[in-house]
Design a protein around this ligand. Sequence first.
Ligand code: FAD
Length: 152
Amino acid sequence: MYAFLVVTDMMASLQEYYDPNCSMLELVFAPAEEWISRSDSEIIEATMSELAKLFPDEIAADQSKAKIVKYHVVKTPRSVYKTIPNCEPCRPLQRSPIEGFYLAGDYTKQKYLASMEGAVLSGKLCAQAIVQDTELLLGRKLKNSQTEVTVA
Ligand SMILES: Cc1cc2nc3c(=O)[nH]c(=O)nc-3n(C[C@H](O)[C@H](O)[C@H](O)COP(=O)(O)OP(=O)(O)OC[C@H]3O[C@@H](n4cnc5c(N)ncnc54)[C@H](O)[C@@H]3O)c2cc1C
C-alpha cells in the first residue's frame, strides 16, 4: 500500500496538453522502497487500484471505465529523504559549525518536510544567518587581509 504525494491532471493544468476527451495524470508515490524493483505493469496495476478508490466514478481497477492509452514509469531512487521517527535531530542548521560555511536545502532544519516550501524556507533561513553574521564575516576578512599584509 502506498500514498500518492501528487496527483495532477496535466490536461487541465497545461494548455498544450489539453484534450477534452482525455486526462493525463502525473502521479508521485512514496515510500517506493518496496516498489522500485517491481515491473512497470505491476506498478500500473497497483496505481489503477489506488486511483479507483480516489475516483470511483471515473476509474475502475480493471479499466472497465477509463482506459490507459499510454504510460511511462519513472523510478528515482533516493529522490526525497525518508521521514522516520527520531530523524529530526539529524537535520543540520543552516549555520554550520564551520565559520563562514552555510547550508541550504530541504534537508536542513526548517519546519517543513522535503518540499519546495521547505527548500525555499531553508534558503531564507540561510540568507538570514549570513546577514546576521555579516559583521563577523567582514571582521574575519579584514583580519585575514591584515595578516596577509603583515606576512607580505
Ligand atoms: C518526483 C518528485 C516529485 C516531487 N513533487 C513535489 C511537489 O509536488 N511539491 C513539492 O513541494 N515538492 C515536491 N518534491 C520535492 C522537491 O522537489 C524537493 O523537496 C526540492 O526540490 C528540494 O530542493 P533543494 O534545493 O533542497 O534540493 P534539490 O532541488 O535536490 O537541489 C539540489 C541540487 O544540488 C545538485 N547537486 C547535488 N550534488 C551536487 C554536487 N556534488 N555538486 C554540485 N551540485 C550538486 C543537484 O543536482 C540539484 O540540482 C518532489 C520531488 C520529487 C523527486
